[in-house]
Design a protein around this ligand. Sequence first.
Ligand code: ZN
Length: 438
Amino acid sequence: MAIVLSNALLVDLDPPRVEAGAIRIDSGKIVARAASITPADGDEVVNCFGAVVMPGLVNGHTHLYSALAVGMPPPAKAPANFLEILKFVWWRLDQALDAESIEMSARLGAMDALKCGTTTLIDHHASPLAIEGSLELIRKGVSTVGVRGVLCYETTDRHGPAGATAGIEENERFLAACAGRKDGLFAGLVGAHAAFTLEDERLDRLAALAEQYKSGVHIHVAEDGCDEAACVEKYKIPLIERLEKHGLLRAGSVFAHGTHLSKDAIEKVNAAGLTMAHNPRSNMNNAVGYAPVAAFKCPVMLGTDGIGGDMFAEARVAWFVSRHERAGLSPGQIVGMLVAAARRASAALGVTLGKLEVGAAADVVVTDYVPFTALSADNLAGNLIFAMGSLQVRSVLVGGRWEVLDRKVMAMEEGDVRGEAVGVAKGLWERMGQIAVE
Ligand SMILES: [Zn+2]
């Protein structure tokens, strides 16, 4: 059955455009867009009462596996730096993950994202004691909710060559499965934790895999100064040069953070045809500094790095911290980071996301935001940063299906899933409590 969203304020981000109008959705896509649309017999007609209707948002870098970390007990000793945050917290949590908690984390993380109008997640997963099949578990959890995903496994040498090989094989399995399905719902990238936990041989294999699948490598890069320092100390070569030497500085790659990149390194990144993922709330939370966002000429997309899936909140903070840091960004550049995420996900999935145009995937957010000042393409970014938020998300379509309708998650009873998750989280935290700091 086709759906007509009528009497809407259609808001596009790529390029910015604001028009009163209607769209018709059929077979997963937007099939018509006009000032008004006469519904056909049997069409479901939704009057949007002049509220903003916009494309579903894309989270450019996240870690669904951290969804059950909300409120977990703090480590016995407070971390004093970034490496200790990894060692005391995240590298213990990821080891405690099992099949049940992986799938539950994915389901909950996707559900929360969906309710915020985020319809695609570019995820970076780690579960070193449950690697094989983990991406399929995430796909299962995410698809239960109805969200799209671009997934990968964070390959690392932290658990020796066997662990690293298992990580590479998990990426390969998922890439092959996605290449076989080509369903526009899930795609793979080649996942790598960060250069400072990967041997040269592994970098070569990751690059070869990216080459084989015409994919990119999704990796944390210079999130903290320790990445560069470890590289120079162990390999006697600057970080970006090492990634270049081993084929990871490539078109299609996703480099998360880039907080500590030198001028020379930024030039190489800008020329490589890759996409940076900027995660301002995470960077602030980990006290790793502010990424040189204004210096990146390559696409920069916004990610939450596991701090939920609310891209309105992330965009707002991206703006505030850019002001605080006197980075010289415009509000339009913040919106550009949402656009970059949609473009990168579109390229991976082979569908058009982030646009309310005929032929685009019908991933559409119906809000109840009716602006009380004249909204135009020129002041759209200001509205998005200062006035709009996920609380205004009323209904969400993914691929033309109502996945949230009047704030109710359609695929499952949300309360039941949340209740079940409490028990799963308890078990996860208990296992984590028994894992010593590496
Ligand atoms: Zn991350």
